[in-house]
Structure formats: structure tokens, C-alpha cells
Design a protein around this ligand. Structure first.
Ligand SMILES: [Mg+2]
Length: 317
């Protein structure tokens, strides 16, 4: 695992590339043409959206607290949102953050905004740093992701989508080191974490679709391309597995499926980047990516927070 720094960086940069390409007219047009061209030059800077902004919040909190401190993470989400509210947030999370600002505990705020909990993909889209930090312990990963998801997405289907997305990142970090990734084993490990029928069914559908071929119409019909976690996390996992030797192939395939393309692109990019490493990401895309240096610094700080010695940095709050 000598290339862990490259894989951590690849996953965070991959999230932002998938997000920004899925959110840009340039990226969506490129994806629709179905031509996989890593040398295609973006038309100017690629700004990222809420997916990456919240991923940054998860990473910052894990780094500062050397692991999951869910109250700290909730506060960081709200602070980051207040600083940059223009990131294309959906309607729910900002309402939760405003209630927190007014003194309401996040546990109550989340359930006031979404009675019964949200099953959108908002917890899954930001799960990559949790997948990286807990990559070597899937049971610890599951517990941490469940807790971190509840800040905004407390529905079991929203939580399980985030667990599967984080676990896919973790498995990608662990695999491919000298031997080719086995999709059956990869999906089997994810199956071991799934308890909801819709995810179990879709993990089976992924295995079948990998054999039948990646026809986009079939994939959208069977796996979905919507904002619900169960209609986008399996789609990202499939997009990665069907294009596992090429980052640009995986991301452009995912974005080309349409629908919630920035989030599906972000989740696909997180898994593919964790598997292939930052060295495999297209230079011409990275050169235009907003915040690329900051994401690289976060990736190395996250790795250091996981393994580094020395006192925990505590912020006085
Ligand atoms: Mg977005």
C-alpha cells in the first residue's frame, strides 16, 4: 500500500472532477458525445458544487478531530455553508443549518426538516473521506458513516446509500494493488454491508449488467439516475466497475447517464480516483479544477490524521 497518498488524493480530486464535470455544460456535452478524450480541454475553470463542498467539510472535521466527532462535523457543515452558500445546495440542508444557527440541536433540526429522515443522496455524495479514513475496517466505517449521515439524512435508505458509497471507496483503496480488481468480490463485500432490499436487488443488477454490457438506457432504467440515494449510489458503483481502468471513462460514462449528473459524477470519481490514484487523473482537467491544491493538502492531512503521531489539534471553540 505504498501508494496510499496517491489514492487518497485521487479520491478527493476525483470527487471534485466528477462533480464539476457533471455540473458543467462542457462536461455534460462531452459525456453525451460518448467520446472518451482525456485531452479534451475544459472551457475555463471547473467550479465544484455542494457535493465537493460538503466532502471538504467531512475531511476537515475528520482531520481536526482525528476521527468522527459528529457534533463538530455538523457545526463545520453549517459554518462552511454560511461562508459559501452559492454552491448549489438542495433545499433541505440549508434549512437544517439555519435551524442550527438559531440554536436547535442538529438531531432535532434534521428531523424537523425531514420527518422520518431524508433518503436523498446528500450523505452518500460526501462520504469519500469517511471511506478513506476507515478504509481498513469496514465495521468501523459502517458505524461512522451511519452516524455522520444522520446530520442531514436520517432515513435508513439515505444512510445505507452512504455506507455503500464509503465502502466502495474503501474497497477501491484496498484493491488493485498488483492484482486486477474482481467485480464479483467487490460487490460481494458491499452485499455484506447491505440490509435494505432495494440495495440488495440493485447490487445483483450491477453484477448482471456488467455481463450484459453498459447500455446507458438499461442502466438508467434498472439502477436509476435520480437524487434518491438508491437511484444514484448503485449507478456510481456500476459506472466505476464498468470502466475501472479509466478515470475519464468512468466519469464521462456516469455523467452521460444524465439526471443528477454532478452527484453521480462525484461519487463515481471518488471511487475511480481511489482505485487508480491521482496520477491517473487527466492533467488538462486537473489544471482547470477549482481548489485542486486545497484538496491535495486535505488528502495528505487526512492520511496523516489517520496514522500520524503527536497530540490531537484541538480548536478552542
Ligand atoms: Mg451538486
Amino acid at each position: 500500500m505504498g501508494d496510499l497518498p496517491d489514492r487518497f488524493a485521487g479520491s478527493l480530486l476525483g470527487t471534485a472532477l466528477g462533480d464539476s464535470i457533471g455540473a458543467s455544460d462542457w462536461g455534460r456535452a462531452l459525456a453525451r458525445r460518448g467520446i472518451i478524450d482525456p485531452d479534451a480541454q475544459p472551457l475555463g475553470i471547473l467550479p465544484y458544487t455542494d457535493d465537493t463542498h460538503m466532502t471538504i467539510g467531512v475531511a476537515e472535521s475528520l482531520i481536526e478531530r482525528r476521527g468522527l466527532d459528529v457534533d463538530h462535523m455538523a457545526r463545520r457543515f453549517a459554518e462552511n455553508y454560511e461562508r459559501e452558500p452559492f454552491r448549489g445546495y438542495g433545499p433541505g440542508p440549508p434549512r437544517i443549518f439555519r435551524l442550527m444557527r438559531a440554536g436547535v440541536d442538529w438531531r432535532e433540526a434534521a428531523l424537523r426538516v425531514y420527518p422520518g429522515g431524508s433518503f436523498g443522496n446528500g450523505a452518500a455524495m460526501r462520504a469519500a473521506p469517511l471511506g478513506l479514513f476507515y478504509f481498513d475496517d469496514l465495521e468501523a466505517l459502517r458505524r461512522a458513516v451511519e452516524e455522520a449521515s444522520r446530520i442531514t439524512h436520517a432515513h435508513p435508505l439515505g444512510i445505507e446509500g452512504a455506507v455503500l458509497q464509503a465502502a466502495a471507496v474503501a474497497l477501491a483503496v484496498r484493491s488493485g494493488d498488483g492484482s486486477p480488481l474482481d467485480p464479483g468480490e467487490f460487490l460481494g463485500a458491499l452485499r455484506g454491508l447491505a440490509s435494505q432490499a432495494v440495495y440488495i436487488g440493485k447490487l445483483e443488477a450491477i453484477e448482471r449488467l456488467l455481463k450484459e454490457g453498459p447500455d446507458p438506457g438499461r442502466v438508467v432504467l434498472e439502477l436509476g439516475n435520480g437524487i434518491e440515494a438508491f437511484n444514484s449510489v448503485p449507478t456510481a458503483i456500476f459506472s466505476f466497475l464498468a470502466n475501472r481502468d479509466s478515470f475519464e471513462g468512468a466519469v464521462l460514462y456516469a455523467v452521460g447517464l444524465g439526471g443528477d449528473s454532478d452527484t453521480i459524477g462525484a461519487m463515481t470519481g471518488a471511487i475511480s480516483g481511489a482505485y487508480l490514484g491521482a496520477k491517473a487523473l487527466p492533467r488538462s482537467w486537473l489544471a482547470e479544477l477549482e481548489g485542486a491544491d486545497r484538496l491535495e493538502r486535505l488528502a495528505s492531512a487526512l492520511l496523516e490524521a489517520k496514522y500520524g503521531a503527536g497530540p490531537i489539534l484541538r480548536r478552542s471553540t
